[in-house]
Design a protein around this ligand. Structure first.
Ligand code: ADP
Length: 499
């Protein structure tokens, strides 16, 4: 058996402390699963203003840690809290950079997450915690592999730490001007001139640096790991990803089976499970009421919980909603926030179809759970989808997903086949409103037959989307990262001795 590891897991958002999307859910659940496998995994994140010291029982454990930033030192404090039963979480506290209302979207985000990442490295010695692995997530923490291979490489405390870099969404790369290199103390190590990616040299691209310097790169589904090697999905980093493809692995996210469980969920009207699915209709009636729609169990109720961005397929959806309302009489409940033009279009539709459409333009986790529990079908017509958690939550709650075959959606939803009776949802290929329309109509046809529908629901509810299998895959990735770090160091040593 391989030895147990010490792991530092870094993320800009972690459920239940701060969340805008799927990254937080992953960071709030994967570490618990790795802890359960016996590893000493600890999490670090910034302490944003909204994270209450009292509410989460945070304890001040380090004061005045000096973190290099822009040729000076910026002091931070470290608080400690707990995730789940026993995963320690370190909160990097600095009022100037983190005591703000939101998590992102500030003009100094590059500086803020540089400070967070650098502080996570600098706190390790005073904490007396020397990890085998640092697991970085998304652009916010992508400079760590870069620092470890340059600034810290001759410090014996850091020299053997291997890095894993996980891409949750390649579309958000963290692109800034060169000034950031001075702030990060990396200006002597300018990028990486590459003839096929000349653009990269004009900017500082955090994501690219993570990919370039990490010992192993992962992304959140096997299909997305393939897709991002192509120009269509590669967001202009595909040449770099192709070069690193022997180190790139796709591991499907899981969902938190403890908190996302219709049998115990405290936010839904009536608890139920696969053996008591008849009770589920109470949640549908309650949701229809909450959304101001006619309460009628026989009307198909479709749901969506989503960031309202181009990625999520809203442009093709808004073009067919009126047809669905006019010709099929369906109800639709949408919870989400995002781009203003989608807010406007959706508000217009909700106004025109008050009997059909319930719209909540806000972020509300308990309401999201009521939507998973109360809808018959759940829409995710994404243009691209690295993994997607919502479709898995929907299946666990018995809402049948209608998805586009991309990324993690393709890996988790099996198209229903009426001949064999197999399948967990309805899947379409082309990114096109009529392909989406066709999938919804196919679902509505099956919905007319309650027994058949029940079978599809149960097949989804019984699929396994827990973290267990994926946590074991991350374990393998960590051993791989250690091995490749060792090998690279060996190679560097040989080169050195030939000098
Ligand atoms: P992404 O990470 O791209 O936003 P995912 O499907 O991976 O998409 O994860 C989205 C997560 O965020 C799900 O848990 C979903 O329920 C939740 N979510 C998204 N929008 C909202 C909202 N407006 N209110 C509550 N929860 C939301």
């Amino acid at each position: 058996m391989e030895r147990k590891l010490k792991i530092l897991y870094l993320a800009a958002e972690v459920t239940p402390f701060a969340k805008t999307g799927g990254l937080a859910d992953v960071a709030g659940s994967l570490p618990k699963a790795l802890r359960a496998l016996g590893h000493d995994i600890r999490v670090a994140m910034p302490r944003y203003g909204r994270i209450s010291i009292e509410k989460f029982g945070l304890e001040l454990i380090l004061e005045n840690v000096q973190v290099p930033l822009d040729e000076q030192n910026e002091p931070v404090r470290i608080f400690q809290g707990t995730l789940g039963k026993d995963v320690p979480v370190y909160f990097v506290d600095n009022a100037r950079y983190f005591d703000r209302e939101s998590i992102y979207m500030y003009p100094d985000d590059a500086e803020r997450f540089t400070l967070f990442s650098r502080a996570a490295l600098e706190m390790l010695k005073p904490l007396g915690f020397k990890p085998d692995i640092i697991h970085c997530n998304d652009w916010h923490t992508a400079l760590i592999p870069n620092w470890l291979k340059t600034v810290y490489k001759d410090d014996p405390f850091y020299a053997d730490i291997a890095t894993v870099y996980t891409i949750h969404n390649l579309a958000y790369q963290g692109i800034f001007g060169h000034r950031v290199l001075e702030i990060a103390g990396l200006d002597e190590y300018r990028f990486l001139y590459r003839t096929d990616m000349a653009d990269l040299d004009k900017v500082v691209n955090f994501m690219a640096r993570g990919i370039y310097f990490a010992d192993v790169i992962t992304t959140v589904s096997p299909r997305y790991a393939q897709e991002i090697l192509t120009p269509e999905y590669g967001e202009r980093l595909d040449p770099l990803l192709r070069e690193r493809k022997d180190r790139l692995f796709g591991i499907l996210n899981g969902i938190d089976y403890e908190t996302l469980n219709p049998a115990t969920d405290p936010y839904i009207a009536v608890n139920y499970d696969a053996d008591s699915l008849d009770k589920r209709v109470q949640n549908k009636l309650a949701l229809q009421g909450e959304a101001g729609l006619p309460r009628d169990p026989s009307i198909p109720l479709i749901g969506m919980v989503s960031r309202l961005t181009d990625q999520k397929g809203l442009d093709i959806l808004v073009e067919i909603l009126d047809h669905l309302f006019d010709n099929f009489g369906v109800q639709f409940v949408l919870l989400g926030t995002g781009e203003q033009h989608y807010h406007d279009v959706l508000m217009g539709l909700a106004k025109r179809y008050p009997q059909n459409m319930g719209l909540f333009l806000t972020f509300n986790a308990p309401l999201a759970q009521r939507i998973y529990a109360g809808t018959d079908m759940f829409l995710m017509p994404s243009r691209f989808e690295p993994c997607g958690l919502s479709q898995m939550i929907a299946m666990r709650y018995g809402s049948v997903p209608i998805v586009r075959a991309t990324g993690g959606l393709a890996d988790t939803v099996k198209d229903y086949n009426p001949v064999t009776g197999e399948g967990t949802g309805f899947v379409f290929d082309r990114y096109d409103r009529w392909a989406l329309f066709g999938a919804i109509v196919r679902a509505l046809e099956r919905y007319k037959n309650p027994q058949e529908w029940r079978r599809i629901q149960l097949q989804g509810m019984r699929a396994d989307f827990s973290w267990e299998a994926s946590a074991r895959k991350y374990e393998d990735i960590y051993y791989k990262a250690l091995a490749s770090k060792k090998e690279d160091k060996g190679n560097a040593g040989e080169e050195h001795s030939q000098d």
